[in-house]
Write a protein that binds this ligand. Sequence first.
Ligand SMILES: *Cc1c(COP(=O)(O)O)cnc(C)c1O
Length: 222
Amino acid sequence: MAINKEAYKKLIEELNAEKVTLVAVSKTKPVADIQELYDLGQRDFGENYVQELVDKETVLPKDIRWHFIGHLQSNKVKYIASFVHLIHGVDSLNLLKEINKQAAKNNRVIDCLLQVHIAQEETKFGFDETELNVLMREYANVQMKNITIVGLMGMASFSDDLQKVRSEFKKLKILFDQFNIQHPTLKILSMGMSGDYTIAIEEGSTMVRIGSLLFGAREYQK
Ligand SMILES: *Cc1c(COP(=O)(O)O)cnc(C)c1O
């Protein structure tokens, strides 16, 4: 399956104009497709599964910035700690501590985004506002020299109700601005996917995670 070069070029122009970073989500897609997008200049790629990410990192160019955007289990952090660029879905203090530990072993500081639960209907991973407050307080008190919380990440409901999607993004942006006052290290707001990135950008996203628009629909079974 070939990538959609036209869609990529159009998207990049659009995102550059808004100063929004594109993470090309390549989960389930072959290495050849990633290489093709790389050859067009793309460097930020996102993956959801640890083993798949490790396999791809081994064979693809070393200047790719790999984003882990899936649900990360603590016992798997060690496999990606030596190279991962940004971990989007941090959803517990324990996970944060484990990332800190593995980053230290690798003499690195790993950037992390806290995942916030903004969708009303679906059960998705992430903190609510109260939990986020608690975590940011603990983060300020506990010494974790090998991680930096650089922002927030969220996923809106999968819904045709665009007003609802918009209001969920709005909610995340408000939280982001609130936290930014107390924690000036926050600079990334990761929200928006193929189906809703336009709304996400209008609502203040600085980083979008886009897969199917570039790589085509995903097929999970072979
Ligand atoms: C798969 C995935 C995406 C990309 O979804 P598309 O609809 O294909 O653009 C973005 N973010 C997360 C967290 C994902 O799991």
